[in-house]
Design a protein around this ligand. Sequence first.
Ligand SMILES: N[C@@H](CCC(=O)N[C@@H](CS)C(=O)NCC(=O)O)C(=O)O
Length: 339
Amino acid sequence: MKRIGLCVVALALFTLLAAPAMAGETLDAVKAKGFIQVGVNQGLFGFGAADDKGVWRGLDVDTGRAIAAAVFGDATKVKFTPLTAVQRFTALQSGEIDVLCRNATRTLSRETSLGLNFCQTNYYDGQGFLIPKKLGVKSAKELDGATVCVLPGTTTELNAADYFRSSGMQWKPVVIESTPELNKAFFAGRCDSLTSDISQLAGVRAVAPNPADYMILPEVISKEPLSPAVRHGDDQWMDIVDFTVLAMINAEELGITSENVDEMLKSKDPKIQRFLGVNAGNGKALGLDEKFAYNIVKQVGNYGEVFERNVGVDTPLGLERGLNALWTDGGLMYAPPFK
Ligand SMILES: N[C@@H](CCC(=O)N[C@@H](CS)C(=O)NCC(=O)O)C(=O)O
């Protein structure tokens, strides 16, 4: 009897001790303070920027809201920290923010040396060149000897150096740390070209004095999988951020939108029932409410809705889905089974 009693006590202790580790440090901290602190861009139209009423908007901003919808059932329980390219990873490492949603490219060195985990990519991008049409070139191969405006602390600088070296061309980088200053320098004619992620070039051109005077050259010189990032060491939090983005993609795959999600609760399709938490399991496994995916779609939308609202063809950025289309439409957006 004594031995059984000891076993029961040991088991209870083990469960008690194991519980906090399973719950996850970040989720506990976020629940205790009642909101999620999200690191975003300071002012990148379409991805992270405050509008003239001070409301944060963008694909990355909506990703942050979707995480809040998943965790709290309330997409408004989120605060945004605007960060420069140079500040962003330190802010995550130091715990100033809980998650970074700031057009950050997933790379090997960032995952390892910086101690970060990148989650599901929310925008597949690539680097390109913006030029004034009056420069008279049609291809990046004609940029030999060009002065190129470039932001430090990004993947951009190294990509450009690699591109010019491997193409046997010379270039003169003009490195400016502040994006507004960098753009100003380009529009003032200090550089022949501005190089950056193509989505960002589209944003810069959209707010140019005369957008029609500028063009993006056809070459895409790098791969820039822009992805939310979290700190190493908290797998549960990584899973939550990962499956939040994947839930938006999966909703689009299943034809579930913010408009029809209530109707979809009545679906007889077991995939939809499991996804929306009508059949339980997924929520508990993540440490979230069974309605986490429902809340994301209802309050923020599926991936296609979020894409079109922020960066799609009907926005000033005017971006096609391209690589960001669902895999069923020839793109790279693909969600694993939600079971
Ligand atoms: N995706 C690249 C570039 C990200 C990046 O920070 N780009 C600059 C423009 S080249 C930017 O977002 N600027 C806006 C700002 O700093 O406010 C990376 O992760 O290094």
